[in-house]
Write a protein that binds this ligand. Structure first.
Ligand code: GDP
Length: 217
């Protein structure tokens, strides 16, 4: 991690931003349902079971803001969360929880696995500022993750890879996982070169991720 990423003032801004109460705002099931929102949107994507709900809950300090493990076949929706006791379109930023992918036994191209809304959202949402693509520390990048990265490159949406469940592997294996993903990202023009490692269980990396998100608000 760079020194700038660990700058105490920057980390403090992230802490304060996320110390607010967070609320569920709305679910979007089709393009017409996308809210009229002037704030910045930050989306979280990842294979099912990657730890996405746990990470959103850990970041926002809530127990059940994001529900864990959306079951396959459930309506694919975008779920919006905003800071504030009462959800409002005046919020400076929204976290957008995207449907998990990778349920199919044989990996499907991502445009087949995600519905039109999700793909259109990634391609065309003007206030979408960054996508955090979550990768399980133990598994690394899979074929469908690569599909997502390619979709984001084509859409020219800035994204950063975030390793999850860092507590599940030993530090040397984690260092290898980080460098493997960083090496793979060199082939992706829209990717942030730096990979964040997090553990929702132990709190690792949460301060840095909060700071990165708060900076976009
Ligand atoms: P989602 O399907 O991506 O929303 O994943 P969940 O948040 O439901 O997590 C899937 C499973 O991984 C659950 O059993 C979580 O308890 C577990 N999990 C998530 N994050 C962590 C973590 O940081 N460390 C550990 N050890 N387990 C985690």
């Amino acid at each position: 991690m760079t020194d700038a990423a660990r700058d105490p003032a920057r980390l403090e801004k992230g802490r304060v931003f996320f110390a607010q109460q967070w609320s569920f705002w709305l679910s979007v099931a089709d393009m017409n349902g996308l809210p009229d929102f002037a704030g910045v949107e930050v989306a979280f994507a990842g294979r099912s079971n990657v730890g996405k709900s746990s990470l959103i809950n850990a970041l926002t300090g809530t127990k059940a803001l994001a529900r864990t493990s959306n079951t396959p076949g459930r309506t694919q929706q975008l779920n919006y969360f905003v800071p504030g006791e009462e959800a409002s379109r005046e919020a400076p930023l929204a976290i957008v929880d995207m449907p998990g992918y990778g349920y199919a036994k044989a990996p499907l191209p991502i445009v087949e696995e995600w519905n039109e809304l999700i793909v259109a959202y990634l391609r065309g949402r003007v206030n979408l500022r960054r996508v955090y693509v979550l990768i399980d520390s133990r598994h690394g990048l899979k074929a469908n993750d690569e599909d997502v990265l390619e979709l984001l490159d084509k859409a020219a949406v800035s994204y950063q890879a975030v390793l999850t469940k860092a507590d599940k592997i030993k530090p040397p294996a984690l260092a290898t996982a980080i460098s493997n993903v960083e090496a793979a990202l060199k082939r992706h023009p829209a990717a942030f070169p730096e990979v964040l490692a997090t553990s929702s269980e132990k709190g690792t990396g949460l301060a840095e991720l909060r700071a990165a998100i708060a900076e976009l608000a």
